[in-house]
Write a protein that binds this ligand. Structure first.
Ligand code: GLN
Length: 197
């Protein structure tokens, strides 16, 4: 199974390490030819407005949009979740997303870098122990549309993880806290989707 990690910007190395530890064959994706070779893709954390600009500059945005429409499994963390959102409530001027998840996100919902925090989340699908989640200048899912399903919420009820078909998005960064269950879940989706460009 060949799993891509969008390697334009952000913490793509951390994702690649987790995916390799779980036995995946990892491809760093910077060009359309690399995207065409993968059976699934992770969009890392970073800065979504920069990732948006670079993905357009590298000619990846349109092929990625098309692949998502055709069923490419994609897992986005933080900025990656923003890239997968159909609606960004507080994007910078001209910011576009790839879309696919029927959600509206607020990019810097918790404030600046200094307002970053860690917390434990109960996610029924994953059982025990709770997920230890790191939120770094994290987005929140303000609206979950009818096609998407909330997977995790904070104690105050705000949604921070969603699924929809072959797409998965989390506001937080499992790749930096030794939490492998999201990547395992994603790799199972990749295996069962059998997506080939
Ligand atoms: N708030 C950032 C953005 O707009 C995301 C931060 C992150 O990925 N840790 O892209």
């Amino acid at each position: 199974m060949s799993v891509g990690v969008l390697a334009l910007q952000g913490d793509f190395r951390e994702h690649a390490d987790v995916l390799r530890a779980l036995g995946a064959d990892v491809v760093h994706v910077r060009r359309p030819e690399e995207l065409a070779r993968v059976n699934g893709l992770v969009i890392p954390g970073g800065e979504s407005s920069v990732m948006d600009k670079l993905s357009r500059l590298f000619g990846l945005a349109e092929p990625l949009r098309a692949a998502v429409r055709l069923g490419l499994p994609v897992y986005g963390t933080c900025a990656g979740l923003i890239m997968l959102a159909d609606r960004i409530l507080d994007g910078i001027e001209g910011q576009e997303s790839i879309g696919g998840l029927d959600i509206a996100v607020r990019r810097n919902a918790f404030g600046s870098q200094t307002a970053s925090f860690e917390t434990d989340l109960d996610i029924p699908q994953f059982g025990e122990p709770p997920v230890h989640a790191a939120f770094i200048r994290a987005p929140v899912v303000e609206t979950v549309g009818p096609k998407a399903t909330a997977l995790a919420t904070l104690a105050d009820g705000r949604c921070v993880a969603v699924t929809q078909g072959n797409l998965l998005g989390t506001s937080f960064h499992p790749e930096i806290t030794g939490e492998y269950r999201f990547h395992e879940y994603f790799l199972r989706t990749v295996a069962s989707a059998g997506f080939n460009a």
